[in-house]
Write a protein that binds this ligand. Structure first.
Ligand code: ATP
Length: 200
């Protein structure tokens, strides 16, 4: 099965694009969703995080205090490394397990931090959803109600737009409101089907 790695900076439109592929009945594996599930209350990964970062990382009900975690990650590089060492291998394993269950010509694996986590080797082709930084900031500001400074610091923690687009095999331009995403996705869908046909 051909594996397409879908990536892009925060707010560029990965989830939006993934939905268009899903509408074409293409299986989508979402690394963010997996990471989220892994740290749900009672999960072994959450226990490990608690051991490394202390009780204070939990809410009173035993769930992860995500805001506190985000603050720690941005202020303490060592803690970020420890956290990544716990979560990334588990995300990787879970992606592999999900891939094994699929029966399709190709699939989309949405991995926001494809390069940052060193996971690009698990995909056959890289699809980048791209838009200018100003557009990213505005979309995330409206969606998540974060300050521009916070959004900028998240953008700065990710690989640059230039790096990402240089690594892309395929690119979706999602700059404009009318980005004709359905059309761009349909073209890529046909391309991926033809590539996967050749692989058979
Ligand atoms: P994250 O990295 O945070 O997971 P993402 O890359 O998955 O984000 P989306 O959630 O798909 O990005 O999009 C970010 C926001 O921008 C959403 O609120 C979405 O509805 C909006 N958006 C995406 N594409 C467009 C577009 N072409 N025109 C207008 N708004 C858009």
């Amino acid at each position: 099965m051909l594996k397409i790695g879908l990536t892009g900076g925060i707010g560029c439109g990965k989830s939006t694009v993934a939905r268009f592929f899903a509408e074409l009945n293409v299986p989508v594996v979402d690394a963010d969703e997996i990471a989220h599930q892994l740290v749900e209350k009672g999960q072994p990964a959450l226990l490990k995080i608690q051991q490394v970062l202390g009780e204070g990382i939990l809410e009173a009900d035993g769930s992860l205090n995500r805001k506190k975690l985000r603050d720690i990650i941005f202020s303490t590089p060592a803690a970020k490394k420890n956290l990544e060492a716990i979560v990334h291998p588990l995300v990787y394993q879970s992606i592999q397990a999900k891939l094994e269950q699929l029966n399709a010509s190709y699939c989309i694996i949405c991995i926001p931090l494809l390069f940052e986590t060193g996971m690009s080797h698990i995909v056959d082709r890289i699809l980048v959803v791209d838009c200018p930084v100003e557009v990213q900031i505005e979309r995330v500001r409206v969606r998540d109600n974060l300050t521009v400074a916070t959004i900028q610091s998240i953008i700065d923690s990710q690989v640059s737009r230039d790096f990402r687009t240089a690594k892309a095999d395929d690119l979706i331009n999602n700059t404009k409101t009318d980005a004709r995403l359905a059309e761009q996705v349909k073209k890529l869908h046909n391309l991926y089907l033809s590539i996967s046909d050749c692989q058979d």
